[in-house]
Design a protein around this ligand. Structure first.
Ligand SMILES: Nc1ncnc2c1ncn2[C@@H]1O[C@H](COP(=O)(O)OP(=O)(O)OP(=O)(O)O)[C@@H](O)[C@H]1O
Ligand SMILES: [Mg+2]
Length: 293
């Protein structure tokens, strides 16, 4: 199984380039697509899900061009769009049965699969309640279940954890680890911790361009020895912010714990082990500095 993205560009209304010369080749595993708001994540995913046409370049699934043969992928695709909507008058069971029928799944097999999925996303107890009364996080879980109905080979989920509470977030992460294996999963987010534990690969995207594509441990290696932490009085925080690339600040009783990305150790600072968030911020700021130079 192979998904190949070759020099893809997308221009909206002849003026906004949301993606530019984007290339990536994926084999089975979980790809965390990380990038700030407006980076082009949704645009890329909707092209891969065959609901948006690329302006330039091509995407192939097992060497079949999606522009001319989108159905080869559609039958094995699971997609949770960022703006996923439900039919408010149907309950969860009915909604999933409806979508299973639309996808052409056998009714008996679908019912069995729906039972499993409702347990997986923790909605078995509320399967008979109309979706109109569901909270945002509950609807999101219905969205995750519908994307899995056909046991997809390519699973694309766009900001799946948005609106989930911390407990459900963790549950979703675990679910994702269970799902990976012989399939390609692409998950977009701007929250690094969503993919830290599950992604086999990370693609960083900014301003429509691929900034980095590497295994999480490779990204961590790039910032090793460049992350420092020390405590400053609150009054000095602004001055520190002027001088350093800040990765994090945390107010504690003894002052503000500042975490920075820099080659030279600041006076009194201790080296600390990098996190993926450090690596993300570092790659983005290096990319932006290069883009504006
Ligand atoms: N239908 C559209 N028409 C015009 N411009 C669009 C359209 N959809 C997206 N864009 C623009 O394309 C760029 C990329 O948007 P996209 O939604 O792909 O980013 P994103 O990374 O998914 O952002 P977010 O994290 O906010 O979901 C943005 O500048 C956006 O304004
Ligand atoms: Mg988006």
């Amino acid at each position: 199984m192979k998904l190949s993205i070759e020099n893809v560009g997308k221009c909206y209304r002849g003026k906004v380039w949301a993606l530019r010369r984007f290339s990536l080749e994926l084999k089975s595993g979980v790809l965390g697509l990380l990038g700030p708001n407006g980076a082009g994540k949704t645009t890329l995913m909707s092209i891969l899900a065959t609901i948006t046409r690329a302006t330039e370049g091509k995407v192939t699934w097992n060497d079949t061009d999606l522009a001319t043969n989108p159905n080869t992928l559609r039958t094995v695709l699971g997609y949770l769009p960022q703006d996923f909507g439900v039919y408010p008058n149907l309950n969860t069971q009915e909604f999933l049965e409806y979508l299973a029928a639309v996808k052409g799944l056998d009714a008996t097999a679908a019912r069995r699969r729906i039972d499993q999925l409702l347990n997986l996303v923790n909605l078995a107890d509320v399967r008979s309640r109309p979706l109109g009364g569901f909270s945002g996080g509950m609807k999101q879980r219905v969205g995750i279940a519908q994307a899995l109905l056909n046991d997809p080979q390519l699973l694309i989920v766009d900001e799946p954890t948005a609106g989930l509470d911390p407990e459900e977030r963790v549950r979703f992460r675990n679910l994702l680890s269970e799902l990976s294996g012989e399939r390609i999963v692409i998950l977009s987010t701007h929250i690094v911790s969503d993919v830290e534990a599950t992604a086999t690969d990370i693609a960083l995207i900014s301003n429509g361009a691929l900034v980095a594509h590497a295994a999480p441990e490779d990204l961590l290696r790039r910032v090793e020895g460049r992350v420092w932490e020390w405590v400053v009085p609150s009054a000095d925080l602004n001055a520190v912010k002027q001088c350093y690339r800040i990765s994090n600040t945390a107010r504690r009783s003894d002052g503000v714990h500042v975490r920075v990305l820099t080659e030279e150790p600041p006076a009194g600072a201790q080296p600390v082990a990098p996190t993926l968030e450090d690596a993300y911020l570092d790659s983005l700021s290096i990319y932006r500095a290069g883009a504006t130079a």
